[in-house]
Design a protein around this ligand. Structure first.
Ligand SMILES: *Cc1c(COP(=O)(O)O)cnc(C)c1O
Length: 504
């Protein structure tokens, strides 16, 4: 069957996968969604026999119906290599026996930049260049990305020297960890640019959104043989690869005898832009037996409040936390969930998004709220509890986890304490290698003295725990800084033209 895509703000639209991936965001500002979700439930016994890359190819082929089988295969084989992901399977399940029955962490950070975003961003460039061969009229793709930290580096690493692409990354000057910054400003590659922007992540993201919708700029690019595309999690090519690991994790529980096919599991996700947890929701829609989706936030608990009240209110203080990749007040991908839950009523949805843009708040009606509450549990965890959780996991399970993962573990515990339902196995998304946030993790383990140099913290954490740090982080210390520019929000468009060598 041919899969076509519509927009959350225009249900009449029908586009092919290539177009959707090349374009990133719909012209009227909506997000692309598939017109239907294939049901996998009857195929699960067969899927259980597949290795990760083959499973990925099978899932992708249901959605990328204007890609050939060979093209999909090439994309997967170039992305999930053992060299890049440390083994034949790019993800790992780690059981936490002390936390009760069959709780496990789904480690998604074995890729080149040590965060889960590699799972999508190592393959997106291949999806994109394949798509552009079909619909790009020979134009070069300019990837524009706002990052709360991990996306930027993962996108840079994914696109580095991919022919036919340029990549520009904006990060909030005050909103990323020293190691995240170091990872970005040392990035190699002839087609990459990195720039700090004054303000927080939402400022950086809204600047990038404005550039995307600037028709004059678009015209200028077009005249120079380029077009904008996005590597942010609003791109369908980012979400799709994330569905696969939830399917894989469930089938792994089945293979390990912890579940019989059809029995449910809970899924817990440390959430920022709502991309990763949305992928789990889509997997559930496709017939994967997921019972509850636990949405874990840090002190920026706009999603917790939304799930509990049905009102999304971004008018609040922004907190810079120890889990910076989740310091987000506008969770873009929530739009896709709401589109689905309101019966694909693009008018109602567009109204909410307009309210959000103009007043900073919107409320969904009782029916949608009840659906949200049936599917999701929302909870939050502040830095103190995050640190305590890291310490507990280390002391009780001998497991070292990062701050984002700790938020998920803590919120899951809250859910268990409050839920009346019987325990089922749970898969908790572990989204970053702990060494990516060495200073916070060290502090959590009780270190009194933190260095202002993150490489010293990394070494100290290694000495304290005896767990090896990733070579790709250690290697950053030797690399020269290539990008030092800081700009104000107003100058983002001018920076883009300059970086692309387009005269103004
Ligand atoms: C991006 C990120 C998240 C949040 O994921 P979303 O898809 O934006 O909800 C959580 N943890 C880490 C380490 C991340 O990099």
């Amino acid at each position: 069957m041919q899969m076509r895509y519509k927009s959350t703000r225009n249900s009449q639209l029908r586009l092919e996968a290539s177009q959707v991936i090349a374009q990133g965001i719909s012209e009227e500002g909506g997000l692309f969604v598939p017109e239907c979700f294939p049901d996998l439930s009857s195929e699960l016994p067969d899927l259980a026999k597949l290795d990760y890359p083959t499973l990925a190819k099978t899932v992708f082929s249901k959605f990328l119906t204007d890609f050939t089988e060979e093209e999909i295969s090439t994309c997967v084989d170039q992305a999930y290599t053992p060299e890049k992901f440390g083994g034949p399977c790019p993800v790992k399940l780690h059981a936490l026996p002390r936390m009760g029955e069959d709780k496990c962490l789904l480690e998604l950070w074995h890729g080149p930049t040590c965060a889960f975003k590699d799972m999508a961003l190592q393959i997106l460039p291949h999806f994109l260049t394949t798509a552009l061969k079909k619909v790009g009229r020979g134009k070069e793709a300019v990837i524009l990305t706002a990052t709360s930290g991990d996306t930027g580096k993962a996108a840079l690493a994914g696109f580095q020297d991919v022919p036919g692409t340029r990549i520009l990354v904006f990060y909030p000057r005050d909103g990323v960890s020293p190691m995240q910054k170091r990872q970005m400003v040392t990035q190699e590659g002839a087609n990459v640019s990195v720039c700090a922007i004054e303000g927080n992540f939402d400022d950086a993201q809204s600047s990038v959104k404005r550039i995307f919708t600037d028709s004059e700029l678009k015209q200028q690019l077009s005249e120079h043989g380029m077009l904008f595309s996005s590597a942010n999690s609003i791109n369908w090519g980012r979400l799709l690869p994330q569905i696969v690991y939830y399917v894989y994790a469930y089938l792994e529980l089945v293979r390990q005898g912890k579940r019989v096919l059809g029995e449910p599991m809970d899924v817990v996700v440390p959430t920022g832009n709502f991309g990763n947890i949305l992928a789990a929701y889509y997997a559930r829609k496709m017939g994967l037996p997921i019972r509850k989706l636990v949405c874990a936030s840090n002190a920026n608990k706009v999603l917790t409040d939304f799930i509990r009240t049905g009102t999304y209110d971004r008018r609040r203080e922004f907190h810079a936390t120890a889990s910076p990749s989740m310091d987000i007040l506008i969770s873009s991908n929530l739009e896709r969930l709401l589109y689905d839950l309101c019966g694909e009523d693009s008018e109602t949805l567009a109204g909410w998004m307009k309210d959000l843009a103009e007043t900073g708040v919107y409320s969904v009606g009782g029916t949608v709220r009840e659906k949200v509450q049936g599917l999701f549990y929302g909870g939050f965890c502040e830095d103190g509890a995050t640190f305590a959780t890291i310490r507990q996991l280390w002391e009780q399970e001998g497991y070292l986890c990062d701050t984002h993962t700790a938020v998920a573990v803590d919120v899951y515990r809250q859910y268990l304490a409050q839920s009346q339902e019987k325990m089922v196995p749970a898969v908790i998304a572990s989204t970053a290698n702990p060494y990516k946030f060495s200073a916070s993790v060290l502090r959590a383990l009780g270190a009194e003295q933190l260095s202002s140099d993150d490489f010293q913290n990394l070494a100290a954490l290694e000495t304290l725990t005896g767990i090896a740090s990733p070579a790709q982080l250690r290697a950053l210390q030797e690399k020269p800084e290539r990008f030092t520019q800081v700009i104000s929000r107003e100058n983002a468009a001018a920076y883009v033209l300059e970086a692309l060598g387009i005269p103004t």
